[in-house]
Design a protein around this ligand. Structure first.
Ligand SMILES: C[S@@+](CC[C@H](N)C(=O)[O-])C[C@H]1O[C@@H](n2cnc3c(N)ncnc32)[C@H](O)[C@@H]1O
Length: 386
């Protein structure tokens, strides 16, 4: 039997009999100048077995998952044309290709299928920028006091990475991250887009604290993140004309509205905000309180706070709908990690009616029902509901 067929049938048997540990393809000589090697792991995604191919490039890794049959065909083609050698690790032996030499196995046990064993991480904790941001130590271990932050970064990347991958390639070219602070989420998004999913985009972090801007620019320079920069500016003054995605995470009170307004004005495809405090609407509720049937809720501080949060963000979503965006509002990370955990995602729908009078009526009715004279975002957009 020719070595490729022989190798593939031993690979197939190891997979079928649960002896498969991993496979590495090496000695690449194809057309893609920066590709070095591929590692292949067996994983479960939504209870379905897949082979996960990690393509190692000079400066990034790209992961692609395939059903086993499809992946095995690809591996056979790779060995025919592009890769000159391979090593298959099984629990019985390690097998080298093309020599077809069996040696003692390096691994005694097949690893548990990774997605079932532990939650899949989207942010590799060994990435150097995480050390520079003091999230991890030099071994890639997350510091105890940074665990919540790391979980938040990982969840953020899972959500936002998925949203960007759902859009046509090239749709998102410039992202503004408003109120970028220490830049944890900004760096993670940049790294993921450039080095994991190959959807490169320019990202600008906008922050009015000069010390944070300097710190982040310094790290971006050291990491050679060439299309990542931070500017000292208020959200209000930043020129967003060229952006097609806007992010504002934990920008206080009406700063979130300023950011949404900027995104809408730039006709951004994607607007993602995780609001922080909700003082403007809370003050409205307190000022216009009618002493009516809702008093039993708003007399308690905590309920008043939650009521203000729901109203503020519910109206934000409604206003975004009015401006031609479809919206999702959800808890993006458990409130045991952070209380600031609601995310609003707005996607510009080309076919959606803009300024639909029915939505305008809903905004008007909601405000009068809850005794709210105005929402700050409505003012910015000069929306007149009555
Ligand atoms: C709570 S931090 C969040 C940082 C980051 N987005 C995150 O979620 O990790 C909010 C940041 O927004 C900045 N900020 C708030 N309002 C702003 C405004 N109007 N213009 C620019 N920066 C603002 C603050 O200086 C602060 O660094």
């Amino acid at each position: 039997m020719p070595p490729i067929d022989d190798f593939i049938s031993l690979l197939t048997a190891a997979l079928a009999e649960g002896r498969y540990v991993k496979l590495s393809l090496k000695g690449y000589s194809g057309k893609d100048a920066d590709l070095k090697s591929i590692d292949i792991a067996r994983i479960l995604i939504k209870r379905e077995e897949k082979l996960s191919l990690t393509y190692h490039y000079k400066t990034k890794d790209i992961v692609k998952n395939h059903v086993p049959d499809e992946a095995i065909d690809m591996i056979a083609r790779y060995l025919e044309k592009d890769f000159s050698s391979a090593i298959l690790h099984t629990t019985d032996y390690d097998l080298t290709f093309p020599a077809m030499k069996k040696v003692q196995p390096r691994f005694k046990q097949a690893p548990p299928l990774s997605h079932d064993r532990q939650k899949h991480r989207h942010v590799d904790p060994t990435r150097p920028y995480l050390q520079a941001l003091k999230i991890t130590d030099s071994h890639g271990t997350v510091y105890k006091n940074a665990q919540d932050k790391y979980k938040q970064i990982d969840k953020y990347i899972e959500i936002v990475g998925g949203l960007i991958q759902g859009l046509a390639a090239g749709k998102i070219r410039h992202i503004a991250d408003m109120g970028s602070g220490k830049g944890y989420l900004t760096f993670a998004l940049y790294d993921y887009l450039h080095h994991v999913i190959d959807r490169p985009a320019h990202i600008t972090g906008v922050e009015y604290r000069q010390d944070m801007v300097d710190l982040c620019n310094d790290i971006a320079r050291k990491e050679q993140f060439k299309n990542l920069s931070f500017v000292q500016s208020s959200i209000e003054k930043f020129d967003t004309k060229s952006i097609d995605m806007l992010v504002a995470l934990h920008a206080c009170d009406t700063a979130t509205d300023e950011a949404i307004y900027k995104g809408i004005s730039a006709n951004a495809t994607l607007i993602i905000v995780a609001p922080c405090c909700h003082k403007q609407i809370r003050a409205e509720i307190e000022t216009t309180r009618q002493h009516n049937d809702l008093d039993f809720l708003t007399q308690y501080g905590i309920f008043l706070e939650r009521h203000a949060e729901m109203l503020t963000d519910g109206l934000r979503a409604l206003i975004l709908n009015y401006m031609g965006y479809s919206t999702k509002v959800f808890e993006f990370i458990s409130d045991s990690h952070t209380p600031k955990n609601v995310m609003i995602v707005a996607i510009k729908e080309e076919k959606k009616k803009i300024k639909d009078p029915a939505i305008l009526k809903s905004i008007h009715n909601a405000k009068s029902y809850f005794g709210i004279r105005y929402h700050y975002l409505e003012k910015l957009l000069d929306i007149k509901t009555a």
